[in-house]
Design a protein around this ligand. Structure first.
Ligand code: FAD
Length: 367
Protein backbone atom coordinates (compact mmCIF):
# COMPACT_ATOMS: atom_id res chain seq x y z
CA UNK A 1 0.00 0.00 0.00
CA UNK A 2 1.32 3.45 -0.92
CA UNK A 3 2.24 5.59 2.05
CA UNK A 4 1.47 9.28 2.68
CA UNK A 5 2.83 11.54 5.40
CA UNK A 6 0.97 14.73 6.22
CA UNK A 7 2.98 17.30 8.17
CA UNK A 8 0.56 19.26 10.36
CA UNK A 9 -2.63 18.14 12.11
CA UNK A 10 -4.72 21.31 11.80
CA UNK A 11 -7.88 21.53 9.72
CA UNK A 12 -5.97 21.64 6.44
CA UNK A 13 -3.70 18.68 7.23
CA UNK A 14 -6.49 16.49 8.61
CA UNK A 15 -8.86 17.30 5.71
CA UNK A 16 -6.22 16.28 3.20
CA UNK A 17 -5.24 13.25 5.29
CA UNK A 18 -8.88 12.14 5.11
CA UNK A 19 -8.87 12.50 1.33
CA UNK A 20 -5.61 10.55 1.04
CA UNK A 21 -6.95 7.78 3.29
CA UNK A 22 -10.20 7.61 1.30
CA UNK A 23 -8.06 7.19 -1.82
CA UNK A 24 -6.53 4.06 -0.27
CA UNK A 25 -3.19 5.35 1.02
CA UNK A 26 -1.69 4.44 4.37
CA UNK A 27 -1.63 7.86 6.03
CA UNK A 28 0.42 9.15 8.95
CA UNK A 29 -0.14 12.68 10.24
CA UNK A 30 2.83 14.19 12.08
CA UNK A 31 1.57 17.04 14.23
CA UNK A 32 3.29 19.68 16.33
CA UNK A 33 2.78 20.59 19.96
CA UNK A 34 0.56 22.83 22.07
CA UNK A 35 3.05 25.70 21.89
CA UNK A 36 2.17 26.12 18.20
CA UNK A 37 -0.32 28.77 17.19
CA UNK A 38 -3.21 26.75 15.79
CA UNK A 39 -5.63 28.76 13.68
CA UNK A 40 -7.91 25.75 13.45
CA UNK A 41 -8.82 26.16 17.12
CA UNK A 42 -9.10 29.95 17.12
CA UNK A 43 -11.23 30.92 14.14
CA UNK A 44 -14.75 32.26 13.60
CA UNK A 45 -16.20 29.16 11.94
CA UNK A 46 -17.61 30.87 8.87
CA UNK A 47 -18.05 28.99 5.62
CA UNK A 48 -17.72 32.20 3.71
CA UNK A 49 -17.62 32.74 -0.03
CA UNK A 50 -18.95 36.22 -0.81
CA UNK A 51 -15.61 38.01 -0.51
CA UNK A 52 -13.38 35.18 -1.73
CA UNK A 53 -11.62 35.52 -5.06
CA UNK A 54 -12.93 39.00 -5.76
CA UNK A 55 -9.92 39.44 -8.06
CA UNK A 56 -9.38 35.84 -9.05
CA UNK A 57 -12.11 33.65 -10.54
CA UNK A 58 -10.50 30.25 -9.76
CA UNK A 59 -10.41 31.12 -6.03
CA UNK A 60 -14.00 32.39 -6.14
CA UNK A 61 -15.05 29.13 -7.79
CA UNK A 62 -13.00 26.91 -5.46
CA UNK A 63 -14.66 28.53 -2.42
CA UNK A 64 -18.13 28.05 -3.89
CA UNK A 65 -17.29 24.48 -4.90
CA UNK A 66 -16.35 23.74 -1.30
CA UNK A 67 -19.48 25.49 0.03
CA UNK A 68 -21.56 23.34 -2.33
CA UNK A 69 -19.86 20.17 -1.06
CA UNK A 70 -20.40 21.16 2.58
CA UNK A 71 -24.00 19.90 3.09
CA UNK A 72 -23.08 16.36 1.99
CA UNK A 73 -19.79 16.51 3.86
CA UNK A 74 -21.44 17.58 7.13
CA UNK A 75 -23.93 14.73 6.67
CA UNK A 76 -21.10 12.26 6.13
CA UNK A 77 -19.34 13.44 9.29
CA UNK A 78 -22.56 13.02 11.29
CA UNK A 79 -23.29 9.58 9.91
CA UNK A 80 -19.74 8.28 10.34
CA UNK A 81 -18.86 9.82 13.71
CA UNK A 82 -22.15 10.77 15.38
CA UNK A 83 -20.80 14.32 15.69
CA UNK A 84 -23.10 17.11 14.50
CA UNK A 85 -20.69 19.89 13.53
CA UNK A 86 -23.55 22.43 13.64
CA UNK A 87 -23.31 23.23 9.96
CA UNK A 88 -25.86 25.78 8.80
CA UNK A 89 -26.25 27.62 5.50
CA UNK A 90 -28.76 30.43 5.82
CA UNK A 91 -26.66 32.98 3.97
CA UNK A 92 -24.33 35.73 5.14
CA UNK A 93 -24.16 39.50 5.24
CA UNK A 94 -21.40 42.04 5.62
CA UNK A 95 -22.87 45.15 7.23
CA UNK A 96 -22.14 48.78 6.37
CA UNK A 97 -22.41 51.37 9.14
CA UNK A 98 -21.47 54.53 7.22
CA UNK A 99 -21.40 55.86 3.68
CA UNK A 100 -17.73 55.00 3.20
CA UNK A 101 -18.48 51.37 4.04
CA UNK A 102 -21.47 51.43 1.69
CA UNK A 103 -19.29 52.69 -1.17
CA UNK A 104 -16.58 50.10 -0.50
CA UNK A 105 -19.10 47.26 -0.24
CA UNK A 106 -20.94 48.31 -3.39
CA UNK A 107 -17.59 48.32 -5.20
CA UNK A 108 -16.80 44.82 -3.91
CA UNK A 109 -20.22 43.52 -4.98
CA UNK A 110 -19.75 45.03 -8.44
CA UNK A 111 -16.35 43.33 -8.77
CA UNK A 112 -17.76 39.97 -7.72
CA UNK A 113 -20.65 40.34 -10.18
CA UNK A 114 -18.21 41.18 -12.98
CA UNK A 115 -15.88 38.28 -12.27
CA UNK A 116 -18.57 35.64 -11.68
CA UNK A 117 -21.00 36.73 -14.40
CA UNK A 118 -23.96 34.35 -14.49
CA UNK A 119 -22.55 32.44 -11.51
CA UNK A 120 -22.83 35.55 -9.30
CA UNK A 121 -24.55 34.95 -5.95
CA UNK A 122 -23.75 38.27 -4.20
CA UNK A 123 -25.83 41.45 -4.16
CA UNK A 124 -25.90 44.74 -2.29
CA UNK A 125 -29.04 45.10 -0.15
CA UNK A 126 -30.39 48.11 1.75
CA UNK A 127 -31.10 48.45 5.46
CA UNK A 128 -34.74 47.44 5.17
CA UNK A 129 -33.77 44.15 3.44
CA UNK A 130 -31.25 43.55 6.24
CA UNK A 131 -33.82 44.16 9.01
CA UNK A 132 -36.41 42.01 7.27
CA UNK A 133 -33.99 39.04 7.29
CA UNK A 134 -32.28 39.96 10.56
CA UNK A 135 -34.79 41.80 12.78
CA UNK A 136 -32.12 42.30 15.47
CA UNK A 137 -30.01 44.50 13.18
CA UNK A 138 -29.89 48.05 14.49
CA UNK A 139 -30.88 51.33 12.78
CA UNK A 140 -27.19 52.11 12.20
CA UNK A 141 -27.00 49.38 9.56
CA UNK A 142 -27.32 51.20 6.21
CA UNK A 143 -26.96 48.18 3.98
CA UNK A 144 -24.95 45.01 3.40
CA UNK A 145 -23.58 42.63 0.87
CA UNK A 146 -25.73 39.51 0.92
CA UNK A 147 -24.83 36.03 -0.25
CA UNK A 148 -27.14 33.03 0.24
CA UNK A 149 -24.23 30.62 -0.27
CA UNK A 150 -22.55 31.61 3.02
CA UNK A 151 -22.90 29.60 6.22
CA UNK A 152 -21.13 28.55 9.38
CA UNK A 153 -20.04 25.61 11.46
CA UNK A 154 -18.66 24.87 14.93
CA UNK A 155 -14.91 24.65 14.23
CA UNK A 156 -14.05 22.77 17.43
CA UNK A 157 -16.64 20.06 16.78
CA UNK A 158 -15.43 20.00 13.18
CA UNK A 159 -11.84 19.33 14.25
CA UNK A 160 -13.01 16.52 16.55
CA UNK A 161 -15.19 14.91 13.89
CA UNK A 162 -12.52 15.16 11.20
CA UNK A 163 -9.83 13.62 13.38
CA UNK A 164 -12.19 10.79 14.35
CA UNK A 165 -13.20 10.11 10.75
CA UNK A 166 -9.63 10.24 9.42
CA UNK A 167 -8.58 7.73 12.08
CA UNK A 168 -11.58 5.51 11.35
CA UNK A 169 -10.53 5.49 7.69
CA UNK A 170 -7.06 4.31 8.70
CA UNK A 171 -5.00 7.46 9.29
CA UNK A 172 -2.59 7.54 12.23
CA UNK A 173 -2.18 10.91 13.96
CA UNK A 174 0.99 11.41 15.99
CA UNK A 175 1.31 14.56 18.10
CA UNK A 176 4.57 16.12 19.34
CA UNK A 177 6.36 14.75 16.26
CA UNK A 178 7.51 17.78 14.34
CA UNK A 179 9.00 17.43 10.90
CA UNK A 180 11.84 19.69 9.86
CA UNK A 181 12.41 18.97 6.18
CA UNK A 182 11.59 16.89 3.14
CA UNK A 183 14.27 15.43 0.90
CA UNK A 184 15.23 12.52 -1.32
CA UNK A 185 17.11 9.58 0.18
CA UNK A 186 18.36 8.13 -3.08
CA UNK A 187 15.14 7.70 -5.05
CA UNK A 188 12.93 7.69 -1.93
CA UNK A 189 10.87 10.68 -0.85
CA UNK A 190 11.69 11.12 2.85
CA UNK A 191 10.36 13.23 5.70
CA UNK A 192 12.92 14.15 8.35
CA UNK A 193 12.46 15.26 11.93
CA UNK A 194 14.48 15.41 15.09
CA UNK A 195 16.00 11.91 15.23
CA UNK A 196 13.83 10.26 12.58
CA UNK A 197 13.51 9.79 8.84
CA UNK A 198 10.35 8.35 7.28
CA UNK A 199 9.97 7.25 3.68
CA UNK A 200 6.75 7.95 1.82
CA UNK A 201 5.17 8.01 -1.61
CA UNK A 202 3.42 11.30 -0.84
CA UNK A 203 4.36 14.03 1.64
CA UNK A 204 2.05 16.99 2.24
CA UNK A 205 3.17 20.03 4.21
CA UNK A 206 0.18 21.65 5.94
CA UNK A 207 1.91 22.92 9.06
CA UNK A 208 0.25 26.31 9.36
CA UNK A 209 2.78 29.07 9.95
CA UNK A 210 5.65 26.55 9.64
CA UNK A 211 4.61 25.54 6.12
CA UNK A 212 6.83 28.04 4.32
CA UNK A 213 10.06 26.89 5.95
CA UNK A 214 9.38 23.16 5.54
CA UNK A 215 8.09 23.53 1.97
CA UNK A 216 11.26 25.46 1.05
CA UNK A 217 13.38 22.39 1.84
CA UNK A 218 11.63 20.69 -1.10
CA UNK A 219 11.97 23.72 -3.36
CA UNK A 220 8.42 25.04 -2.90
CA UNK A 221 7.69 28.74 -2.33
CA UNK A 222 4.90 29.35 0.20
CA UNK A 223 5.18 32.88 1.63
CA UNK A 224 2.92 33.35 4.64
CA UNK A 225 2.04 36.42 6.72
CA UNK A 226 0.82 35.76 10.26
CA UNK A 227 -2.23 37.96 10.87
CA UNK A 228 -3.81 38.07 14.32
CA UNK A 229 -7.56 38.16 14.73
CA UNK A 230 -9.24 38.76 18.08
CA UNK A 231 -12.58 37.10 18.76
CA UNK A 232 -15.09 37.54 21.61
CA UNK A 233 -17.63 35.02 22.94
CA UNK A 234 -20.65 35.83 25.11
CA UNK A 235 -22.81 33.89 27.49
CA UNK A 236 -25.44 31.64 25.93
CA UNK A 237 -28.73 33.24 24.99
CA UNK A 238 -31.87 31.93 23.29
CA UNK A 239 -31.52 31.27 19.56
CA UNK A 240 -32.26 34.44 17.58
CA UNK A 241 -29.87 34.54 14.63
CA UNK A 242 -29.17 31.94 11.93
CA UNK A 243 -27.74 34.24 9.28
CA UNK A 244 -24.10 35.11 9.99
CA UNK A 245 -22.36 38.38 9.32
CA UNK A 246 -18.64 38.85 8.66
CA UNK A 247 -18.26 39.96 12.24
CA UNK A 248 -20.98 38.16 14.22
CA UNK A 249 -22.67 34.77 14.41
CA UNK A 250 -24.60 32.77 16.96
CA UNK A 251 -23.39 29.29 17.79
CA UNK A 252 -26.04 26.59 18.12
CA UNK A 253 -25.44 26.45 21.88
CA UNK A 254 -26.49 30.11 22.06
CA UNK A 255 -23.18 31.98 22.46
CA UNK A 256 -22.72 35.05 20.32
CA UNK A 257 -19.29 35.13 18.64
CA UNK A 258 -18.06 38.44 17.31
CA UNK A 259 -14.91 40.27 16.18
CA UNK A 260 -12.83 40.18 13.04
CA UNK A 261 -9.61 42.17 13.49
CA UNK A 262 -6.65 41.91 11.12
CA UNK A 263 -3.41 42.77 12.91
CA UNK A 264 0.13 42.34 11.58
CA UNK A 265 1.09 40.48 14.74
CA UNK A 266 2.33 36.90 15.12
CA UNK A 267 1.73 36.38 18.83
CA UNK A 268 -1.62 35.24 20.21
CA UNK A 269 -3.35 37.19 22.95
CA UNK A 270 -5.89 39.98 23.22
CA UNK A 271 -5.77 43.71 23.78
CA UNK A 272 -8.41 45.87 25.41
CA UNK A 273 -8.63 48.49 22.62
CA UNK A 274 -9.34 45.86 19.97
CA UNK A 275 -11.82 43.95 22.13
CA UNK A 276 -13.55 47.25 23.01
CA UNK A 277 -13.82 48.24 19.35
CA UNK A 278 -15.24 44.79 18.54
CA UNK A 279 -17.86 45.29 21.26
CA UNK A 280 -18.75 48.80 20.04
CA UNK A 281 -19.21 47.59 16.49
CA UNK A 282 -21.18 44.53 17.58
CA UNK A 283 -23.57 46.70 19.61
CA UNK A 284 -24.02 49.13 16.70
CA UNK A 285 -24.85 46.19 14.45
CA UNK A 286 -27.04 44.37 17.01
CA UNK A 287 -28.11 46.69 19.87
CA UNK A 288 -29.45 43.81 22.02
CA UNK A 289 -25.83 42.71 22.56
CA UNK A 290 -25.37 45.65 24.97
CA UNK A 291 -27.04 43.57 27.67
CA UNK A 292 -25.34 40.26 26.89
CA UNK A 293 -22.34 39.36 29.03
CA UNK A 294 -18.96 38.59 27.49
CA UNK A 295 -17.42 35.34 28.74
CA UNK A 296 -14.04 35.20 27.07
CA UNK A 297 -11.90 36.36 24.17
CA UNK A 298 -8.84 35.13 22.32
CA UNK A 299 -6.41 36.06 19.61
CA UNK A 300 -5.81 33.53 16.82
CA UNK A 301 -3.11 33.78 14.18
CA UNK A 302 -4.22 33.50 10.57
CA UNK A 303 -2.11 31.49 8.12
CA UNK A 304 -2.31 34.17 5.44
CA UNK A 305 -0.57 33.50 2.11
CA UNK A 306 1.15 36.67 0.93
CA UNK A 307 -1.48 37.49 -1.69
CA UNK A 308 -4.41 36.22 0.41
CA UNK A 309 -5.21 33.28 -1.86
CA UNK A 310 -4.65 29.59 -1.14
CA UNK A 311 -1.41 27.95 -2.25
CA UNK A 312 -1.31 24.41 -3.65
CA UNK A 313 2.34 23.70 -4.38
CA UNK A 314 3.94 20.57 -5.78
CA UNK A 315 7.66 19.95 -5.56
CA UNK A 316 9.82 19.54 -8.62
CA UNK A 317 12.90 18.43 -6.67
CA UNK A 318 11.03 15.93 -4.48
CA UNK A 319 8.33 14.28 -6.65
CA UNK A 320 5.28 13.38 -4.57
CA UNK A 321 5.73 16.28 -2.14
CA UNK A 322 3.08 18.98 -1.84
CA UNK A 323 2.41 22.01 0.35
CA UNK A 324 -0.88 23.73 1.15
CA UNK A 325 -1.53 26.99 2.97
CA UNK A 326 -4.72 29.01 3.05
CA UNK A 327 -6.56 31.55 5.07
CA UNK A 328 -10.03 30.06 4.61
CA UNK A 329 -9.32 26.57 5.91
CA UNK A 330 -12.79 26.07 7.38
CA UNK A 331 -14.55 27.10 4.17
CA UNK A 332 -12.25 24.89 2.09
CA UNK A 333 -12.43 21.82 4.37
CA UNK A 334 -14.90 19.98 2.13
CA UNK A 335 -12.98 20.51 -1.11
CA UNK A 336 -9.70 19.62 0.61
CA UNK A 337 -11.17 16.35 1.92
CA UNK A 338 -13.15 15.44 -1.18
CA UNK A 339 -11.01 16.72 -4.06
CA UNK A 340 -7.51 17.89 -3.16
CA UNK A 341 -6.50 14.88 -1.02
CA UNK A 342 -7.62 12.44 -3.72
CA UNK A 343 -5.79 14.45 -6.39
CA UNK A 344 -2.57 14.37 -4.37
CA UNK A 345 -3.00 10.62 -3.93
CA UNK A 346 -3.27 10.31 -7.72
CA UNK A 347 -0.19 12.51 -8.12
CA UNK A 348 -1.77 15.42 -10.01
CA UNK A 349 -3.42 18.56 -8.72
CA UNK A 350 -6.71 19.41 -10.45
CA UNK A 351 -6.77 22.00 -13.23
CA UNK A 352 -9.13 24.06 -11.03
CA UNK A 353 -6.13 25.08 -8.87
CA UNK A 354 -3.62 25.49 -11.69
CA UNK A 355 -3.41 29.26 -11.07
CA UNK A 356 -3.16 28.74 -7.30
CA UNK A 357 0.20 26.93 -7.30
CA UNK A 358 3.40 28.44 -5.91
CA UNK A 359 4.58 29.30 -9.43
CA UNK A 360 2.84 32.66 -9.09
CA UNK A 361 5.39 33.65 -6.41
CA UNK A 362 8.33 32.41 -8.49
CA UNK A 363 7.02 34.54 -11.37
CA UNK A 364 6.87 37.61 -9.12
CA UNK A 365 10.41 36.93 -7.82
CA UNK A 366 11.73 36.64 -11.38
CA UNK A 367 10.43 40.07 -12.42
C1 FAD B 1 -9.30 34.79 14.15
C2 FAD B 1 -9.43 33.88 12.97
C3 FAD B 1 -10.64 33.79 12.33
C4 FAD B 1 -10.78 32.93 11.23
N1 FAD B 1 -12.02 32.78 10.69
C5 FAD B 1 -12.19 31.91 9.67
C6 FAD B 1 -13.48 31.69 9.17
O1 FAD B 1 -14.48 32.22 9.64
N2 FAD B 1 -13.62 30.82 8.11
C7 FAD B 1 -12.53 30.19 7.54
O2 FAD B 1 -12.69 29.47 6.57
N3 FAD B 1 -11.29 30.36 8.05
C8 FAD B 1 -11.11 31.20 9.10
N4 FAD B 1 -9.87 31.38 9.63
C9 FAD B 1 -8.75 30.69 9.00
C10 FAD B 1 -8.64 29.23 9.38
O3 FAD B 1 -8.76 29.08 10.76
C11 FAD B 1 -7.30 28.72 8.87
O4 FAD B 1 -7.27 28.86 7.45
C12 FAD B 1 -7.04 27.27 9.19
O5 FAD B 1 -7.30 26.99 10.53
C13 FAD B 1 -5.60 26.95 8.87
O6 FAD B 1 -5.40 25.61 9.24
P1 FAD B 1 -3.98 24.93 9.14
O7 FAD B 1 -4.21 23.48 9.35
O8 FAD B 1 -3.33 25.36 7.87
O9 FAD B 1 -3.12 25.61 10.27
P2 FAD B 1 -3.12 25.42 11.87
O10 FAD B 1 -4.47 25.32 12.42
O11 FAD B 1 -2.26 26.52 12.40
O12 FAD B 1 -2.45 24.02 12.08
C14 FAD B 1 -1.09 23.79 11.79
C15 FAD B 1 -0.70 22.51 12.48
O13 FAD B 1 0.62 22.21 12.10
C16 FAD B 1 1.32 21.80 13.26
N5 FAD B 1 2.76 22.04 13.03
C17 FAD B 1 3.44 23.20 13.11
N6 FAD B 1 4.74 23.00 12.84
C18 FAD B 1 4.86 21.67 12.56
C19 FAD B 1 5.97 20.86 12.20
N7 FAD B 1 7.20 21.37 12.06
N8 FAD B 1 5.75 19.53 12.01
C20 FAD B 1 4.51 19.00 12.16
N9 FAD B 1 3.43 19.74 12.49
C21 FAD B 1 3.62 21.06 12.69
C22 FAD B 1 0.74 22.61 14.39
O14 FAD B 1 0.97 22.00 15.65
C23 FAD B 1 -0.74 22.64 14.00
O15 FAD B 1 -1.45 21.55 14.54
C24 FAD B 1 -9.68 32.20 10.75
C25 FAD B 1 -8.47 32.26 11.41
C26 FAD B 1 -8.34 33.08 12.52
C27 FAD B 1 -7.04 33.12 13.24
Amino acid sequence: MARAIVIGGGIVGISIALGLADAGLEVTVLDGDDADTRASYGNAGLIWVQSKGVDHLPYARLSRWSAALWPGFAGELLEATGIDVEYTRQGGMSFCLDEAEVAARRAMVAKVAAILGEENDVEFVDGSFVRERMPDAGPAVLGASWCPSDGHVNPLLLMGALRQLAQARGATIITNRKATRIGMDGSHLTVYGDGYAMRADRAVVAAGLATGAIAATAGMTVPIRPIRGQVVVTERIAPRMEIATTTTRQARAGSMIFGNSHEDIATPGTTLPVIASHAQRAIAEFPFLASVRVLRSWGGIRVMPRDGMPVYASSKTCPGAYAVACHSGITLTAVHAKVIGAAMAAGKLPADVSTLTDERFDAVAAT
